[in-house]
Write a protein that binds this ligand. Structure first.
Ligand code: SAH
Ligand code: SF4
Ligand code: F3S
Length: 458
């Protein structure tokens, strides 16, 4: 089957950063069997849908995307189409029977066997399902990334044991496992040698990290800061119940390297709803933790996820989610309508909230947060922030990077600034994007009005 010229693989990616990172791993692994990433499905001889199941219509999205490829397969019967990610893990062989155009389905623990799966499907012309979770095997996973650039992801844990009653992740990613601490440190050292300046540590619940030697997440952060030359460390997602003062102090003591942005998903502002969600904290405890962080971590910037319309949520309980925004200054917020997920406890609860009620609550919540976010952003105007430059946009002669608060920052610059940390004075501030001028000689001020387009160098 194989020719000297590489074949193309096209992967479409849904969901969280874990999935984005998994796609990169798949592309790196498939290069080993002479498959090269391509930008469109038309150029591909293998197409993979890396799916997400976190909210509604997840299976439907996979069906409809696969349906679009039917025409390509009619033209090229050699084309192989597969589904990976959380819908693949959840639906298993049912996907193959429901979607005839599919050739393979692989789960979240089968990524490393993807080259064999693809080879088998191509050579034997069979269909294949590989969705076994491997709870007994240790979690060893060196980061595989083709062009890591300036900033990259590093997985430190996978799976989740929290079983929040609304969430499908414990079923699609399996039991929580942590990587060995020395393995992570060596991984980061290798990435630094390839030019990486910033790592984002990834896990469903990073601060429940526990190495085989019993080291916790604070210890991991401290060792990374002390033993490697990494310039910046970010992490996501931290669970409020596992956030302690020790971690806040590590962030404070190593603030030159550990970024002050903390994503701390609350999910609800009402204690009864939190209890039914099985989140492990009350409203009061959550607020106290958020205030502890604001006090102990200099310049801490918080963001959150909130769910509206959890089964049984009353208007009064929703009002407590609204008022949480007055208690905790979230600079960014990701809010969602509750969506019943397969296998989860909440999906079976009585008193499911009507869709119109959820959507109406969500729009009130987002409108309230919009005003708050605009007000909070104002403080950045006139401030000088440290920006790690990730890209250069040729047409506009603009650099793009991120500040230590995780804000996107645009400023006039040159391509040789990629990979450097530049002091940028902010001239215009919006909730997630800032425009500014570099505090180095010879660069002009820019405004946020111009569109970013054209060639991008990374
Ligand atoms: N591990 C993270 C969350 C990962 S899922 C944590 O515990 O905070 C990302 C977000 O999706 C969640 O924070 C939640 O707000 C949202 N989410 C998960 N399941 C959902 C559901 N069934 N309906 C609506 N939103 C959901
Ligand atoms: Fe889902 Fe809860 Fe685990 Fe987050 S902590 S992944 S919301 S079960
Ligand atoms: Fe989605 Fe799975 Fe991530 S459900 S959010 S891709 S862990």
């Amino acid at each position: 089957m194989q020719t000297d010229k590489p074949n193309g693989v096209f992967i479409s990616t849904y969901g969280c950063q874990m999935n984005v990172n998994d796609t990169e791993r798949m592309l790196s692994l498939l290069e080993m069997i002479n498959l090269e990433g391509v930008a469109t499905p038309e150029e591909a001889s293998v197409i993979i849908i890396n799916s997400c199941s976190i909210r509604e219509k997840a299976v439907h999205k996979v069906h409809s995307e696969a349906g679009k490829y039917r025409r390509l397969k009619e033209k090229n019967p050699e084309l192989k189409i597969g589904v990976g990610g959380c819908v693949g893990q959840q639906e298993k062989n049912k996907l193959l029977s429901d979607v005839p155009v599919l050739d393979f389905v692989f789960g979240t623990d089968a990524i490393d066997t993807l080259p064999q799966i693809v080879q088998e499907v191509r050579e034997k012309n069979t269909r294949k399902v590989a969705t076994k979770l491997t709870p007994k095997e240790p979690y060893q996973i060196e980061t595989l990334v083709r062009n890591p650039g300036v900033a990259t992801f590093v997985n430190i844990t996978k799976g989740c044991d929290n079983f929040c009653t609304f969430c499908v992740v414990p079923f699609t990613r399996g039991r929580e496992k942590s990587r060995d601490i020395d393995e992570i440190i060596n991984d980061v050292k290798r990435l630094i040698a390839r030019g990486v300046k910033e790592v984002s540590l990834l896990g469903q619940n990073v601060n429940s990290y526990k190495s085989t030697q019993g080291d916790n997440f604070s210890k991991l952060l401290r060792r990374l800061a002390e033993e490697t030359k990494i310039e910046r460390i970010r992490y996501t997602t931290s669970h409020p119940k596992d956030f302690d003062v020790e971690l806040a102090h590590i962030m404070r003591d190593y603030r030159e390297k550990i970024m002050e942005y903390i994503h701390l998903p609350a999910q609800s502002g009402n204690s009864e709803v939190l209890e039914r969600m099985n989140r492990g904290y009350t409203r009061k405890e959550y607020i106290a933790k958020a205030h502890m962080l604001l006090k102990e971590v200099p310049g801490a910037v918080l963001s959150s996820d909130l769910i509206v319309g959890f089964p049984g949520e009353t208007e009064a309980q929703f009002q407590e989610t609204m008022s949480l925004l007055d208690e905790v200054p979230y600079e960014s917020l990701y809010a969602f309508n509750y969506s019943p997920r397969p296998l989860t406890k909440a999906a079976k609860l009585p008193d499911q909230v009507a869709e119109e009620v959820k959507s109406e609550r969500l729009s009130r919540l987002l409108a309230k947060h919009r005003d708050i976010a605009f007000n909070l952003a104002k403080k950045y105007a006139g401030q000088t922030l440290q920006v790690l430059v990730e890209e250069y946009h040729v047409t506009e002669d603009r650099c793009f990077g991120r500040s230590t608060q995780n804000k996107s920052v645009h400023f006039q610059g040159s391509r040789d600034l990629i990979g450097k940390t530049i002091a940028v004075r902010v001239t215009e501030a919006y909730p997630s994007t800032l425009y500014g001028v570099a505090e180095i000689s010879g660069v002009a001020e820019i405004s946020g009005v111009a569109e970013i387009s054209g060639e991008v160098i990374k």
